[in-house]
Design a binder for this molecule. Sequence first.
Ligand code: PRT
Ligand code: ZN
Length: 299
Amino acid sequence: MDKDLRLKLAVQKSGRLTDHSLDILSRCGLKISRGKDQLIAVGENLPLDILFVRDDDIPDLVQEDVCDLGLVGLNVLEERRLEMAARGQQAQFQILRSLDFGRCRLSLAVPEGFDWQGLQSLRGKRIATTYPAVLARYLAEHSLQAEIVTLSGAVEIAPRLGRADLICDLVSSGSTLVANRLREVETILQSQVVLIRTPVKLSEFKEQWITRLLLRIDGVEQVKESKYIMLHAPRSALPRIRELLPGSEFPTIIPLEGSPDKVAVHAVCRENVFWETLESLKGAGASALLVLPVEKMLS
Ligand code: PRT
Ligand code: ZN
């Protein structure tokens, strides 16, 4: 049956997460054919198809087993999970990986002139947000009584319109807050994109492909900061040079023809290699330094 042979992954149709989501899938080797505005993109070379939807729909699509996998912000996922919990239902999605994009934080922010004295200042106040469930949990955890004003957007203008005393909204650079004369006072959730899966046991074939996809995602995440570094060094300088190589465990040491005291050192550094590091390596006796990007890695 086709359903057992092709994985279906939900991705945001058009928004902040779309390009990054497609980029990571492409780095995992997926080629898709996607017509403009098409709901589904078929994986041409892997048994993986993509369903393009609004990000808010992704948890339910995975929960209801319409999609096997989804890429969604933890903020959206947590809100849905807590909303269900409040209704006595248990959310049915599993987080497989946290990914390094879509980073933001859900924070409380107060308008100019608000006398913020810490969390106690929330008592009895009206807080505008699009994340009522996450905010409610936070208030409950801190035994605070406040009124939650649930909005569907434009939260940052709610205090000016007199609809709320302060807000609880997503922040990344902070410039929206500044533009609206709001001051961030407390972070209540750190968020980034997560890969989720249905809890339903899938066909052996699909399970194997999820495992393969995860290995590839791990590889993609690892190489992001990784560099391949090559240099020449006197044998006597090796201990110091090994100390200086950032995040590299087992460098390869290769003899240099016609130069018995010198060796070539090749290493994968799992952290970025900065100019300062190269200068220190040179200071320790290294020469002919070369730093290359790493394209793929499989441990
Ligand atoms: O149409 P659809 O429902 O799919 O899209 P959407 O409009 O709900 O979502 P979208 O594309 O705006 O965001 C998708 C996801 O990106 C969010 O759920 C978060 O997981 C993540 N993300 C990361 C952000 C931000 N950063 C972010 N800064 N989502 C929203 N914002 C907004 C925030 O609400 C505020 O209005 O950007 C503004 C603040 O940004 P700064 O940089 O000025 O602080
Ligand atoms: Zn949305």
